[in-house]
Write a new protein. Structure first.
Length: 94
């Protein structure tokens, strides 16, 4: 049985998430789409600096929004978190 994090304890919530998921793990969303976890951690473009995101490479190459890289709106620079085989098969989920 897994322990739940105390509400508001961000460190414990992040630790719990990192234990529950791992790079290379296969996942499925609520719509049945399947993919592989390629990244776990913060994302430069997130509005919540301390949020932990899961980067997924979807089996359906049209399911995602990017290829594992995001563009920093401030600098215009690209930041790669993981690499997908197809241009639109990656996305981040919480």
């Amino acid at each position: 049985k897994r322990e739940e994090a105390a509400p508001g304890n961000k460190f414990q919530e992040q630790l719990t998430m990192s234990i529950e998921y791992s790079i290379g793990q296969r996942v499925r969303d609520d719509n049945g789409s399947r993919g592989t976890i390629r990244y776990i951690g913060p994302v430069l473009t997130s509005k919540q600096e301390d949020a932990i995101w899961i980067g997924i490479e979807w089996d359906d190459e049209t399911r995602g929004k990017h290829d594992g890289a995001v563009i920093d709106e401030k600098s215009g620079a690209s930041h790669r978190y993981f690499q997908c085989a197809h241009a639109n098969s990656g996305s981040f989920v919480k």
